[in-house]
Design a protein around this ligand. Sequence first.
Ligand code: SF4
Length: 505
Amino acid sequence: MSYYDKPEQPVRDSRLVIGDSYTGTACGALDCAKSGCMLQQGRRFWQANSCQMALSLMMAATIENAVIVMHSPIGCGSSLFGLTPGVTKGNVKRGKAPKQPIWLSTNLTEIDVISGGEKKLRETILYADREFRPEIILVIATCAPSIIGDDVNDVVKSVGGQTGAIVTAIHCPGFKSRVVASAYDAFYHSLISRVPLEPIDYRDYNPPERADPDYATKIRALAAQKQNTVNIFNATSIGLADEQELTRLLNAIGLNVRIFAEYCSVDELRMMSFAGLNVSLCNVHDDYILKYLQEKFDIPYIICGMPIGFASTKAWLLEIAEFYGLADRARNLIASEETQVSEAIAPFLPKLAGKRVLICGGVVRTSVEAVFLKEIGLDVIAVRAYHYDDGADPVISDLADSLDDTPFAVSNQPFEMVNQLKKLQPDITISHAGTHGFLAKAGFVSVQLWDTDKPFFGYSGIFQLVRRLVFAQRNDSYTKRLAANVAQPYRDNWFERDAYSYITD
Ligand code: SF4
């Protein structure tokens, strides 16, 4: 039985070779993974770790006309307050109604943990359907119901016949995976399980009638329309500006583009199988759904790093173009775009030449971006990836080729990052959203690794990233003053130790 047919997705810990603790070089990480040692590595001390539920929730909160039912104690839903402004803004930017996510909680108590929460879940789903009339209800199965053994799938199935909405469950208990990226699989598995992904005749399109004298022509036109449609898969770290830039480039070589699955409605999700090719922007986000669409609908897919910087954007575009026999057209476009953006960034590059940069965040983005930064003359002094998985081997291999001696760590631990920064003293730190507060308190100017308000992908992404790097190092007085007036939560003797001294074999 394929894992797509199972009630719950496997966690990445069992589906892929993964790691969350490593220090060495990129080349060493690849060797370590091949020999099996990546799986063995851990830490004697963890400062913090992420919960996959929070990441699944980020995706779920963007689905249009949905209600989220948190099957959890009340606290698990707290991150939805933080997600609301971003989701509302994302809706508005895409021309959708400025709706905030609607969410309810089953508010599991100690009594529920003893006696079970299925009754509460059933009642909450029915209430959500009655009160809000959504198109879809997404039940978030968290730690507590997963530990006590609530049969969430049974409730979802049994209640489904009584609701106007499609009801599906995202199984994402925080404790179940060491790798937070398992959350993407959990979200997509919930769609695969219960949401139709095929267009419906006469609702989503008008099929040609057999009696029509142009029947054969219309059938061919429909097939061509499907074949020339490329699906691109987004995630919370990919903003509208990135989607527009990639759409612009693919449109320029004659392809249609659809974007899934964030900010889609149930009607839009049905069009997912009406495509000739599925294209990844990051294997960590979307390999699960891409492989499913190939298995179920026979749609081929391309996973080719992330289109950040000259080399990666070119490789990404060419691979898609070659699939369609459009490589010459793509080469012309690439030459023209590269010329324009090279001229545009030329005045900025002398200000960045030789600047020492440390980069930290998701494994694919950091690896691809580090290679680009070297390409434009920066000195990449360290790369920190939040996790390792073997799907990212091609980009880690490119990193190993480009920056063979540069320290490469797999770590999402703030205490290790601050230690490494204090020792290396980079001119610029590029880091994941959510880290800039503690970086500023430690005295380091930082640039966000991704920002949904600005492009990072394609050629406009190159220009915007270069501009941001120049801007960030113009004035460091804020971080210097902050660091001088804020106490660090670490003892001084922590900084005498190696940043990764807690990592164990
Ligand atoms: S780790 Fe579990 S209990 Fe904590 S927020 Fe995540 S799902 Fe809720």
